[in-house]
Design a protein. Structure first.
Length: 394
């Protein structure tokens, strides 16, 4: 992108070019609002990150409205349900019967590539390897972004700044400590994930609770699988040769599922920590946070990416209302409205994680899990409540 000229003045400066920042840029550009997107990492790095793969119906609708769902419609997988296994006992949740909806499996890596391609086609002001070093004058009418571009310190004057740069980015940290509250919990476990080019073991996701720890059978396509196992929080990928991973995964799955596993060389292995973090408020002066810059949930409930896209939809609408029609209420209400949804997702992810993971490993917790699973099996109402939260009905 070196042929691009970094603008000195835009209406909205977007810090971070992951899915949240990229989608926000598209929605604002469609409304005729000038913006710039500044990303610390290279394009290859951003496009290569392995992340989530389950999209709620609302997320798919939003991507379609933004004009970036053509490949998703062709290549994604429609999932009408998911399964929870406790040892050899298995419960399938039929999302379509319970809610009238389904979820869509489409890797975040592919979605990011689609969003970047859309920006390249529009010749958007999208700058990779342009680290943002500081945000200035957030309480003023025209805050500024200080960044490094092609070896030079530059400043971009904005009407608003959108922080979409993740938990470790500069945006959240730019809110003064006395103006920000952070709520967090760290689970004593992580997810060790393995990506491979083998057929998935099942047509739908399987969440498996086992005395040895949690396991998840997932996929990215009919020929690419993604598997996870719960590991201790202090373990490293180097502790897990591929043969050990496959052996442990098989131990945690129902025998019929384990016997159907097709193993293969790992394309990628990584460990994701399990934690919940919420930073409040999502607005400070002319800075607004969205996505992982504002909140993190464990991946168990498939809420991280979907929450980020909800934030972006709400934020884009609020910015349009103010910048195009001088209507301030949606922008004023953005933080409270978004946080109400965030905490619902945090609660669901916390509950689902405690249902399916070993975590504390004590017998009391295990008996509670058994009782919870028995309630799920016996009660359609309980199944419906879980399904509604999983597919994201509001």
């Amino acid at each position: 992108m070196s042929e691009l000229t970094l603008p000195d003045r835009v209406q909205v400066g977007i810090v971070g070019a992951g899915p949240a920042g990229l989608l926000l840029g598209l929605l604002l550009a469609e409304a005729g609002i000038s913006c710039v997107m500044l990303e610390r990492q290279s394009r290859a790095h951003v496009e290569g990150r392995i992340r989530a793969g389950v999209l709620e119906p609302g997320s798919v609708d939003l991507l379609a409205r933004a004009g970036v769902a053509a490949r998703l419609a062709r290549e994604s997988l429609r999932h009408a349900g998911a399964e929870i296994a406790f040892g050899e006992r298995r419960l399938r949740l039929d999302f379509e019967q319970l809610t009238g909806q389904h979820v869509t499996v489409y890797g975040q890596t592919e979605l990011t590539r689609d969003l970047i391609a859309a920006h390249l086609a529009r010749e958007s002001a999208l700058f990779f390897e342009a680290p943002v070093e500081a945000l200035h004058d957030l309480d003023a009418a025209h805050p500024q972004i200080e960044c490094l571009w092609q070896g030079e310190q530059r400043r971009v004057v904005c009407d608003f700044i959108a922080g979409c740069d993740g938990y470790h980015g500069v945006a959240r940290a730019s809110i003064p400590a006395q103006a920000r509250r952070e709520f967090s919990t760290r689970y004593p476990a992580g997810w060790l994930g393995l990506l491979c080019d083998t057929p998935p073991v099942a047509n739908e996701l399987i969440y498996a609770r086992h005395a040895r720890g949690f396991a998840l059978c997932s996929m990215r396509s009919p020929t690419r699988s993604r598997y996870y196992i719960e590991v201790a929080e202090d373990e490293a990928v180097s502790d897990w040769p591929e043969s050990r991973f496959w052996e442990e995964l098989a131990r945690r799955l129902p025998a019929e599922v384990a016997n159907a596993l097709v193993t293969g060389p790992a394309l990628e292995m990584s460990i994701a920590p399990l934690r919940s973090v919420v930073s409040e408020p999502l607005r400070h002066g002319r800075l607004l946070l969205a996505g992982d810059a504002a909140h993190i949930v464990p991946p168990t409930g498939a809420k991280g990416l979907n929450l980020a896209l909800r934030d972006v939809a709400r934020l884009a609408s609020a910015l349009q209302a103010f910048l195009r029609a001088d209507h301030e209420a949606p922008l004023r209400d953005y933080s409270a409205a978004a946080l109400a949804e965030v905490w619902q997702a945090v609660r669901f992810s916390w509950w689902f994680t405690h249902l399916t993971h070993r975590l504390a490993g004590d017998e009391f917790a295990a008996r509670l899990q058994e009782a919870e699973f028995a309630q799920l099996c016996a009660s359609r109402a309980a199944q419906q409540a879980l399904a509604e939260q999983y597919v994201g009905l509001r």
